[in-house]
Design a protein. Structure first.
Length: 266
């Protein structure tokens, strides 16, 4: 895992005519959709592992450049009275890096927004749009911003909803329109229309991704977030996530799967 951008030409692009370059960028081939770079945009350290860890590990194992952008520093992820938030933020950044190595990610970046204070504002959208324009992903992974409640016992964290909204708004109209974040265009970054958005934690999933063989990597990456799985929490996830993935797997006849609301934008 490095901090290098995956912004590189697609196969065959070097010898294409300019018009063909533009057409290729506007309409990625089926092969490019299967093998191109991916950007995950999530609220907290450990969210990506829970929602899409198996999918990210699978794609990374296939040689895809999978990047992760965490929008808050997770400095309130503790029930301990008197916990030093700066110390916790440093701990969680280290845990996130370790989890990224377990998943095989290309790079992981964590913004400095305090936990619980994530808002869908210009500055955060600009940061996400910048990474989209740098990486030029064929898929952006995030979480469904329309999920407020799960069953009758869980209120979805406001940061999760905000992260999904930020990701969607940064994809469209943000990163693809040169009139948005014009300073980035002046720097030499080019607009990028993301072909697909996959949203985890959705009450309206329309795609189940086979992660058979990658559940262990998902659980091991989650275990790297030691500050979050203390006590009985790791045991809870070790029980719940396999059950959830097995249930999703039944939908497509495989052992394990992760569910998404998949938007095919072009």
């Amino acid at each position: 895992m490095t901090d290098e951008s995956a912004d590189r030409p697609v196969a065959g692009e070097r010898h294409a005519e300019p018009a063909a370059d533009e057409e290729r960028a506007a309409n990625p081939t089926a092969e490019e959709r299967r093998t191109g770079p991916v950007l995950g945009v999530f609220a907290h350290p450990d969210d990506a592992e829970i929602g899409a860890g198996g999918t990210m590990a699978k794609w990374a194992s296939q040689g895809r450049d999978v990047h992760l952008l965490i929008l808050t520093n997770g400095n309130k992820g503790s029930q301990v009275i008197g916990q030093d938030p700066d110390e916790l933020a440093r701990t969680r950044a280290s845990e996130t890096a370790a989890a990224g190595r377990t998943l095989g990610l290309k790079d992981v970046r964590v913004l400095e927004t305090p936990d619980g204070e994530l808002e869908n504002v210009h500055g955060v959208r600009a940061a996400v749009a910048r990474r989209i324009r740098e990486i030029r992903p064929v898929v952006v992974l995030s979480c469904d911003p329309t999920t407020w409640f799960v069953g009758s016992r869980y209120i979805n964290h406001a940061d999760h909803r905000a992260a999904g909204a930020i990701a969607c708004d940064s994809v469209f109209p943000g990163a693809g329109n040169p009139q948005f974040f014009e300073d980035q265009i002046a720097e030499g970054l080019e607009p990028w229309d993301v072909p697909e958005v996959w949203l985890s934690w959705s009450m309206e999933p329309n795609h189940h991704e086979d992660i058979t063989g990658f559940l262990r990597a998902k659980l091991d990456a989650l275990a790297a977030h030691e500050s979050q799985v203390e006590g009985d929490m790791l045991g809870f996830f070790e029980e719940w996530l396999p059950l959830e993935s097995a249930e999703a797997g039944k939908s497509i006849g495989v052992e394990h799967a992760e569910s998404f609301r998949r938007l095919e934008l072009r």
